[in-house]
Design a protein around this ligand. Structure first.
Ligand code: F0G
Length: 478
């Protein structure tokens, strides 16, 4: 139906450090000249806005009309045509159109359709959070729930795309180091694409829900006696020696796929950006991806202004927070990370420089939150009938702090990105409600503050009178 329909997106790789533009990436996705990370940019886009380049993350050659497939590229990035094309795909029977990632393929590098592996990822709901809004003292609070993806975390949006690129390059094996969600997602997409997958996870430090997923999807799952950062070190060595395709978020295809969460969010908001978007920060791929999408959407005039993108870390796993607050973003000191939010138990985040550019481009803030603040926020998100895993709850805990510091004003609209589903980590949830989560930990005293949110199960005799008494007691306390 539209001019944009058949245009292949021409994308090129570029190093974020020295600007070198290699024709292809090595096994570790690092620049061979300086060792920094690579990213995609799109020289074919017609970016003639005077503002483009100012905060540019992915600017190509602004204002230069490039002809793609014999057509003027200007038409391929016409905002109104793109918006209506993407909307029309929502009623399509085509598998790629039904995916909330591939639906936006005009803003992604081209991967031929026959290599696309999709589980109809994306298409995640945007929910209002009325109780959480009151708790955080803001009027307009939404959550984009990326835990509603096929393997129950945001990783699927990047994985569909990067696994497809592995398929296109005819890899037999794909691999990742993970705190649990990347591995679950990778294992699923590898299985769908008839590839083998190798998972490296820190022994004893990922939730059972996530571990069980990678087992069922058929991955070779290695629990290493180290932390996530140790798993990354081994994997980086491995991919230099074996023909194994690296699917961590240093892989720029992952970042491209994950951009679509922000594009879909803007569509859900009728292309009216909120004032703030808040994301958890672990390895910092997600914040980099969402920020890249925001900047690109503004350059393409799909949105008229940038929301501020803020990144929240757990206090026990806060290398990026410290980098920004203590060193002005000039360096990042790796640390030994520790938090019950195991998804973000990361001490040496790979994408910190990309995330820093996002903070600078959007004017966002960085915050850290305590273990008790995370647990309380998680229960509050649950009490809105939504729920999420612990790492996702740092967003609400961080919002409360940003509200108290005045960075977020009461009338400003805020969207939290919830990255994982409540059922990913039931152990955490049950321990919290039973009052055991912080037993014997330094946080035990502070945890009294969150007691009012605990709903421990009540064990009763199989007796109607006992149940009625429990109901009446609950009614009196409500
Ligand atoms: N939230 C959840 C639920 C996660 O699983 C992760 C990362 C993050 C937030 C942080 O995102 O790394 O892009 O900053 N999980 C990775 C994994 C590291 O292996 O599953 P990030």
């Amino acid at each position: 139906m539209s001019i944009a329909q058949n245009i292949e997106t021409i994308a090129k790789l570029r190093c974020i450090g020295c600007g070198a533009a290699p024709d292809s990436a090595g096994q570790d996705f690092r620049c061979t000249a300086c060792g920094d990370l690579l990213e995609f940019f799109f020289p074919g886009w017609n970016l003639d806005s005077p503002a483009s380049g100012q905060h540019s993350i992915a600017s190509g050659a602004p204002g230069v009309p490039v002809r793609l497939n014999g057509r003027d590229a200007r038409s391929s990035t016409d905002p109104a045509a793109l918006k209506s094309l993407w909307l029309s795909r929502r009623t399509s029977r085509d598998a790629l159109d039904q995916s909330g990632v591939w639906r936006f393929r005009e803003l992604l590098p081209h991967i031929p359709e026959e290599h696309a592996i999709t589980l109809r990822e994306g298409n995640t709901p945007l929910y209002q959070l009325p109780r959480c809004a009151r708790a955080a003292d803001v009027e307009d609070l939404h959550a984009k729930h990326q835990g509603m993806n096929p393997t129950a975390s945001f990783k699927d949006t990047g994985m569909t795309f990067a696994a497809s690129s592995a398929h296109q390059q005819e890899f037999r094996w794909v691999a990742c180091a993970s705190t649990g969600n990347t591995s679950a997602s990778m294992a699923a997409y590898a299985a769908r694409g008839n590839m083998h997958s190798l998972v490296l996870i820190p022994d004893g430090k990922i939730s059972w829900g996530k571990l069980s997923q990678s087992l069922d999807y058929g991955a070779l799952t290695c629990q290493l006696r180290t932390d996530f950062d140790g798993c990354v070190r081994i994997l980086n060595e491995l991919v230099r020696q074996k023909p194994v395709y690296l699917l961590n978020s240093v892989n720029p295809y992952r970042i491209e796929g994950q951009k679509t969460a922000a594009i879909e969010l803007m569509e859900q908001l009728a292309w009216e950006p909120p004032e703030h978007i808040i994301v958890p920060g672990g390895n910092l791929g997600n914040s980099s991806a969402i920020g890249k999408a925001l900047v690109e959407m503004r350059e393409l005039k799909l949105i008229s202004r940038l929301p501020k993108l803020s990144i929240i870390q757990a206090k026990g796993a806060n290398p990026f927070y410290r980098s920004v607050r203590e060193f002005g973003g000039k360096k990042l000191e790796p640390m030994t990370a520790d938090t019950l939010a195991t998804a973000i138990r990361i001490g040496n985040p790979a994408s910190w420089k990309k995330a820093l550019r996002v903070l600078q481009a959007t004017g966002g803030e960085v915050e850290q939150v305590t273990e008790v603040e995370i647990a309380a926020a998680k229960a509050e998100i649950g009490a809105d009938g939504i729920g999420c895993e612990p790492a996702s709850a740092v967003t609400l805990a961080g919002l409360k702090k940003l509200r108290r510091s005045g960075f977020v004003k009461p009338g400003e609209s805020v969207v939290l990105i919830l990255t994982g589903h409540l059922l990913k980590d039931p152990d955490f949830t049950i321990k919290f409600h039973r009052g055991d989560l912080f037993a014997g930990m330094p946080d035990e005293t502070e945890s009294a503050k969150a007691k009012y949110l605990q709903r421990a199960p009540v064990v009763l005799d199989a007796d109607l009178g006992a149940v009625i008494a429990a109901l009446d007691a609950a009614e009196r306390n409500s």
